[in-house]
Design a protein around this ligand. Sequence first.
Ligand code: NAD
Length: 478
Amino acid sequence: MSATMIIGGERRAAASGAVDEITSPWDGRVVGTVPRAGPADADAAVAAAVEGAAVWRRTPAHERLRILLRAADLADERAPAVADLISAENGKSIREATVEASRCGDVIRLSAFEGAHLYGETLPLDAAPGTGFDKIGFTVRQPCGVVLAITPFNYPGLLAIHKIAPALAAGNAVVLKPAELTPLTALALTDCFLEAGLPGAVLSVVTGHGTEIGDALVADPRVRKVSFTGSTAVGERISRTAGVKKLSLELGASSPVVILPDADLELAASAVAAGGYANAGQVCISVQRVITHPAVTGDFLDALVPRVTAIRTGDPAGHDTTMGTLISETEAVRVQRMIDDAAASGARVLVGGSREGAVVEPTVVADVDPSSPLHQQELFGPAVAVSSADDWESAIAQANGTPYGLSAGIFTGDVAGAVRAIREIDAGNVHINWTPLWRADLMPYGGLKGSGIGKEGPRRAVAEMTEEKTVVLHGRPW
Ligand code: NAD
């Protein structure tokens, strides 16, 4: 597949003529090619978006809704083809890619309806001393203008839709910069919007490398809002480069699960065996750390290890495969090194730990030091690090003891413990009797601390992609 960029409704090569090959992390075959955008292409995309924003902000909400609902239907119809693309360019199993692709239409629909609910509020100005009934105040919401959406490789369809759909629903024009390793999915989904009747200038996709065009896009004063999902390191850079703009940053994590002595250990083991290995652990809310009470550590590990052993790795396109590859062999080498380093420091590898090409075997590591890199740094791979904590205070201190705060889970049979966890765990999502790896697309979703700023989920994203104006009608005193 030889794809083009989409700038202002036109299918284009890069101004320089440069091209990137997109390869399968499983077998290295070329899945497609895309233009490698440079600064001139980035500039053209923002220029088109400025024109698009002027058109789209004057398009009534009912018309935006109609186009987005049509795009949602197209995304549903094309979900099987989109799933094939996701699996091919990302390496995730076709089962997981099918789930991802099938969620896109619904996120467009949820966002479309939120765009039809841009309510403001009336202001009780007469409550301000010196003001009477002669004035009326209210707020109105309007689009930001140009939204720059930058997305990572791990959910190349869904995470692009979580930005594009709310931005369009709110009346903005969008420039999307998908991850350089997985741009084909984003291009395929963009077609759904354009074929649904979206004016061409309203949605552009620049395929290129963040290190080459990222700074120029982020710093561009014509961009009013940057919505970024990716690593904390790039998020920090964006926050330094952006200048005066609205920013949403969905960043990295090292998500914990706490298992108290009264937990249902079978439930906890099943949930961790799913939540630590989905998408080969390349999920921002993947279970990375499990903190158990010593009284139940042995029984929990006995329940976990056979479940992890049962995960079937292999060709992502195979319907029996439950876990595919990492995004690249380089990443797999990095993940394996982190596991090896933990083992060299005294941790015990109970299962897994080996690697073949871009596949890392599902791994459980016990007796991990909470201050070690396997706890403190984001792993983004298929391994779970288990450590113990003797009491509540040390369990919560461990759960909170990393620079991140995206999502957390606690297993307990005690409501009091659950309430305390809700209050004391510093994470944007807290799950009681489940792991951090759970998301309904409609819920507010976003991290604390080094995991980011702002929330996604259609209602919050639409709100964050609008500006609020306060309006005062000045009558005459009477
Ligand atoms: P990454 O930060 O390397 O890249 C993400 C995107 O940023 C890519 O499109 C890349 O091209 C672009 N980029 C790189 N340098 C840039 C720059 N200087 N300016 C602007 N853009 C730039 O992340 P990745 O490796 O693609 O994805 C994995 C990371 O994403 C993990 O840290 C993971 O936790 C995080 N993530 C977070 C969430 C969340 O909701 N919090 C969801 C998914 C992934």
